[in-house]
Design a protein. Structure first.
Lengths: 206, 258
């Protein structure tokens, strides 16, 4: 049981990473990775939403009518997302403003629904909670790595602090405008997938 | 129990929806006062930032922001489109127009009637006026501070959903709002203020450079400023000292052609 639980937690971080292996949640990882701060809060919000939705769905799993289960899952996810949004508006207003529409877009993040459908409906609440949190964390990890490179090379800052010295700009260094745009995020994710597959040969398709 | 029967499905769905709705209604009601307070403090801090009282980060919490506002506000009132004072805003209560109030006033300006536009006068001698309009994806709004000699003392802009890193720069890039400082509204011009792609023409002190890659947002801010500046013309021109301009570029060109 312990080994299985460990697998549940560790698998989504690397070998079964929702972004780089399952290729889910790409849309939002292109959108919110311009700055580390936004990526960080988005990661925490998704962790909270995936964890809690999987937990609640797992508690209800034996009562949910099979024919309407997707809609029920959607209602649960939407509930969690709106709760997160309302709490951020009340307790972390500036961050909520920064994330603006992306919080609402968590509802459409395939990872949340995907984990409920694939895991929570067939497992007990506690493993489901852990699975949700771990998948959120796997997603968040990629988000933060991508945001690190995009903020550093696109804006010359990390968490809003200037990292690249003014002297470099004086010598003719310029922030790369392409890195700010979503296509570069997709390229970065592609590079991460490439690196990951060259490290782990099991992930390579024959 | 047969969880696949029609009756079960309908009853189950109904219960879930009612329970979820109840939870959301409860949470929304419980958090509403806090959210409204946050929005109000945010509005005030934007007005203060436009009036050059330091960047937003200087106020640690909502109460500090509101206290700072009360300390530094001289007078707050609303005007109609003719520039006549309509009524005073309650300073003790730090009464300000929220974004949704500005939206309503934007309609009033468009209809040309019934507008009650707020003016915030600070002890450092600047008047702050709001602007509101449509950006690319949603509303954009901002505050412009006009000093005693009609010069723009500062500005602050915000948006609901412009693209981060592009249109979002109206808020996130301090160098955009810094361009406003030292500029002027010129009501003799076709547009009192212009945001120009490629930079303001030399010698023009009522224009600034647009944001690269965010033409639609820049145009939206331009339109918002001009619509509202015209509505405030009487208030603003009361303070703007008219300066004689030298031979304009157009006239010079005509001379060459002759």
């Amino acid at each position: 049981m312990d080994a299985k639980l460990k697998e549940t937690i560790l698998n989504p971080i690397f070998k079964g990473n929702p972004v780089t292996v399952l290729v889910l949640g790409i849309c939002s990882s292109l959108a919110v990775t311009v700055e580390l701060k936004g990526a960080f809060v988005m990661a925490l919000s998704v962790i909270a939403v995936t964890g809690l939705s999987s937990f609640v769905a797992s508690i209800l799993r034996n009562t949910i009518p099979n024919r309407v289960r997707i809609i029920i899952q959607l209602v649960i996810v939407a509930l969690m997302v709106i709760l997160v949004d309302q709490l951020l508006k009340a307790y972390a207003y500036s961050i909520d403003k920064q994330l603006s529409v992306y919080i609402g877009l968590i509802i459409t993040n395939c990872i949340v629904m995907g984990r409920i459908e694939a895991f929570a409906l067939g497992n007990k609440p506690v493993p489901s909670l852990l699975d949700g949190i771990a998948n959120g964390a796997g997603y968040g990890l990629i988000l933060i790595v991508v945001a690190f490179f995009r903020e550093l090379f696109g804006s010359g800052t990390l968490f809003g602090f200037h990292i690249i010295p003014q002297a470099a700009y004086d010598l003719g260094y310029m922030n790369n405008g392409l890195v700010i745009l979503p296509p570069m995020a997709l390229i970065l994710i592609g590079v991460i997938i490439w690196i990951q597959r060259s490290i782990d040969k099991d992930l390579q398709e024959k | 129990m047969n969880t696949n029967s029609n009756a079960y499905t309908v009853i189950y769905s109904t219960i879930i929806v009612v329970v979820v709705a109840a939870v959301l209604a409860f949470v929304a009601t419980a958090l509403k006062p806090m959210q409204t307070a946050n929005e109000k403090a945010e509005t005030i801090s934007q007005i203060l930032t436009a009036a050059q009282f330091g960047e937003k980060a200087s106020w640690t919490d909502n109460n500090a922001t509101i206290a700072f506002y009360k300390e530094n506000i001289e007078k707050a009132y609303t005007v109609d489109l003719e520039g006549n004072e309509v009524k005073d805003l309650d300073i003790a209560d730090a009464e300000v127009y929220s974004t949704s109030d500005l939206k309503a006033q934007n309609y009033a300006i468009r209809d040309g009637a019934g507008a009650k536009l707020p003016v915030y006068v600070f002890k450092n001698g600047v008047k702050v006026i709001p602007v509101y309009g449509a950006g690319l994806w949603g509303p954009v709004w901002g505050y412009i501070a006009v000093g005693s000699e009609g010069n723009i003392a500062g500005a602050y802009f915000d948006h609901a959903s412009e693209t981060p890193g592009l249109g979002g720069k109206i808020k996130d890039d301090p160098s955009f709002r810094a361009q406003f400082i030292g500029k002027k509204f010129d009501f003799s011009d076709e547009k009192p203020f212009a945001i120009v792609k490629g930079g303001a023409p030399a010698g023009k002190d009522n224009a600034i450079d647009a944001i690269t890659g965010a033409t639609m947002t820049s145009n939206g801010v331009d339109a918002a400023i001009n619509t509202w500046a015209k509505a405030y013309e009487k208030v603003l021109s009361a303070e703007i000292s008219v300066e004689q301009t030298e031979v304009s570029a157009d006239e010079a060109e005509v001379n060459v052609e002759e």
